[in-house]
Design a protein around this ligand. Sequence first.
Ligand SMILES: [Fe+2]
Length: 234
Amino acid sequence: MSLIFRPLFEKESSTYTYLLADTNTKEAVIIDAVDETQQRDIGLIEELGLELKYIIETHVHADHITSSCPLKKKFSNAQIVLGKNSSVDCADVLIEDGDILNFGEFTLKAMSTPGHTDGCMSYVVDDKVFTGDALLIRSCGRCDFQGGSAETLYNSIQRLFTLPEETYVYPAHDYGGRTVSTIWEEKAFNEMIGGGVNKAEFVRRVEAMELSLPTKIHVAVPANQVCGSKIVAD
Ligand SMILES: [Fe+2]
């Protein structure tokens, strides 16, 4: 067996979507799929002959609309997965810390990593961790809406830092064209929390972030609370 792993990018919101599958069984999962790129993603899944088993979100996004529901309409055996604390009822699976999802011979293990939002989850597959907006490359998610808390995010990132240092870090976004990091690199060089920054200093840095609200927040959050069901693929 080997792993099919395809990072995909949506440029308007700088979002990474990740497609993973077992080469033998063709069972597949997709993480953080975006409405704008749903036809590309459907095309790739069909081209590779994959059987989509899980449509997984790291969290309820504020900056883009998910393609969860359109993908489920297309691949009717797939189940939508969201963190239990996401306060949504459109998911088929409300996942909790330590839960495991299987695709072929591979396992995807859920880690609860709240703080950016209260329902944020990270997912570990082999030597990779998909961190959503909890841990970004050299940065971290904002904590000023959707139940965010810098103190909580600090604890979540410290948990991520207990993963093996060679673990590859794949975030939900990068705004500078970077695609991957490692736990070691982020422990050393992350500009918010790297180099042994303590909780008080981390909170101060998060509070000092000067960010405008995502332009789509008033559309994206309500749409994502119903898994993007208003937007359906042909
Ligand atoms: Fe987010």
